[in-house]
Ligand binder design. Structure first.
Ligand code: FES
Ligand code: FES
Length: 159
């Protein structure tokens, strides 16, 4: 039988604590208990990437991590990436290139694309595709997403 755990963590820079069922995953905890619904849930099996968010500086699948495993961690959701300005240029590039349609994949796609850009990734279409291969999009055909990431990197290189 599973129980409830008390956890302390930082979410988007704010420290707090919560009581979480041992089996509740991180993305459900953030959406249902914290009210941060920016991260989406698709497959719940670590396949689609819709739930991608940052834990201790690394992008992870929020559906594959239990909330109690985030005890002591610093978690940044898509809301936090936006509020801090970290994703501003990327979101603008996505908008310019029409790199989203229904938007369901977009929070996770932005998180993974940001990981690529912040990691110093090159404006190399196949490398971008490879990096984003764990994020599924059923609308765009990926072309516009890759264009947006390329534009951003090329713009920075040319600046
Ligand atoms: S919902 Fe987490 S990878 Fe699909
Ligand atoms: S924009 Fe609809 S799934 Fe990607």
């Amino acid at each position: 039988m599973s129980g409830v755990r008390e956890i302390s963590l930082k979410i988007n820079g704010e420290a707090g604590s919560a009581r979480v069922p041992e089996r509740k995953n991180l993305v459900d905890f953030l959406r249902e208990d914290v009210g941060l619904t920016g991260s989406h849930v698709g497959c719940e099996h670590g396949v689609c990437g819709a739930c991608t968010l940052e834990v201790n500086g690394e992008m992870v699948r929020g559906c594959l991590m239990l909330a109690m495993q985030a005890d002591g961690a610093s978690v940044t959701t898509v809301e936090g990436l936006a509020d801090s300005g970290r994703s501003a240029a990327l979101r603008e590039a996505f908008a310019t290139r029409n790199a989203l349609q229904c938007g369901y994949c977009t929070p996770g796609m932005l998180a993974s694309a940001l990981e690529y850009v912040e990691g110093g990734g090159a404006a190399d279409r196949s490398a971008i595709r490879e990096h984003l291969s764990g994020n599924y999009c059923r609308c765009t055909g990926y072309q516009a997403i890759v264009d947006a990431v390329c534009d951003l990197i090329e713009g920075r290189e040319g600046a």
